[in-house]
Design a protein around this ligand. Sequence first.
Ligand code: CTP
Length: 399
Amino acid sequence: MSLAGKHILLGVTGGIAAYKIPLLVRLLVKEGAEVRVMMTPAARDFVTPLTLSVVSKHPVAVDFIRNDHTWQNHVEWARWADAVLIAPLTANTLAKLVQGQADTFLTATVMSTECPVLVAPAMDAEMYAYPGVQKNLDTLAGYGMEVIPAETGELASGLTGQGRMPEPETLLEHLRRLFEPAEGPWKNKRVLITAGPTHEPLDPVRFIGNRSSGKTGFALADAFHKAGADVRLILGPVCEGEQRLPYKVVRVQTAREMFDAVMGRKDETDIFVMAAAVADFRPAQTATNKIKKTGSRLHIELEPNPDILASLGHSKSEGQILVGFALETENEKQNALEKLQRKNADMIVLNSLRDAGAGFGTDTNKITVLHRDGTSREYPLKSKKALAYDLLREMEKYF
Ligand code: CTP
């Protein structure tokens, strides 16, 4: 796959391997990619902004303020990119990215982007092996960034060890792979995901709902899409995701609408992933006009909504895989396993409300995956984006 027309944003930090970046820019430009370069102030000691701007045919960003005193908009740069590659990545900028320190144009831009980010750490072998650096690299991977491991060979210090930045041709290969349609087990698999809350109307302006943000569903849809699956997201009312998404999205409001949207595509689906927080009940009546206050108590009668997961579980065909979610507050694993059996699912993702950073609205989650064969696996606290990839791997065992 060529990178023609792709917007590639290169981030250069202050390591000796920066002298190889003009060559990488040349390779990218030759392939038809549009390249912009941002660098940390320290990187200027290793390669000049002038060189990089000549080869990339675009001004290089170092600071938030340009030489002519105008503002360099990091958000605009972040949105422009289809992919970001930070090469070389120093231990210093790595630590800043882990901490969320936005004091350089480069880190602020990377923190603001939603596109895939690759990092190529490069440093001396001892520093690369330092536990703090390795831990930070794991953390970045947990944030959803792809870490290109340093290579082993001769280092600037004269020593030999692991810490070399891969050659520009190898970095180019990593960037190409990002845009290649996957050939793996998910290629052309039809995946249907439910996500977000449902809103059950009481009257024209009020509803019963919940705090689900849909973040897990978005992360899953994105991971499936990147893995080559044919994704359909049945999305309850959430604010996020208003921008164009690269897969099919059906927007619904209520549990019954979600039920209909799912059931209508039942036969065209290979894997169902029910990540939505569906309201178990809806008001038995929806008032035509806004309910007025009267000063006395108001009783609202609720009636049960259809259980989408259970309905699928009891009607799915041979070969269809069904994944549910469970949010338990007590006797967690036992309850989740019972849910799996009762609803005839193949796999249940258990969220625990006990853990800080897990659950609704957060960007991180702590999950345990339970399979119908009784096996299970607990995962540490991770970003929802990183967990989505773990979940894909868990589901692959059903093929
Ligand atoms: N679910 C669904 N339709 C519903 C309710 C839930 O598809 N009407 C799905 C959710 O998307 C989730 C799973 O069922 O994948 C578990 O939902 P949860 O609310 O935890 O379980 P309940 O079925 O409500 O069971 P309980 O209230 O007993 O915990």
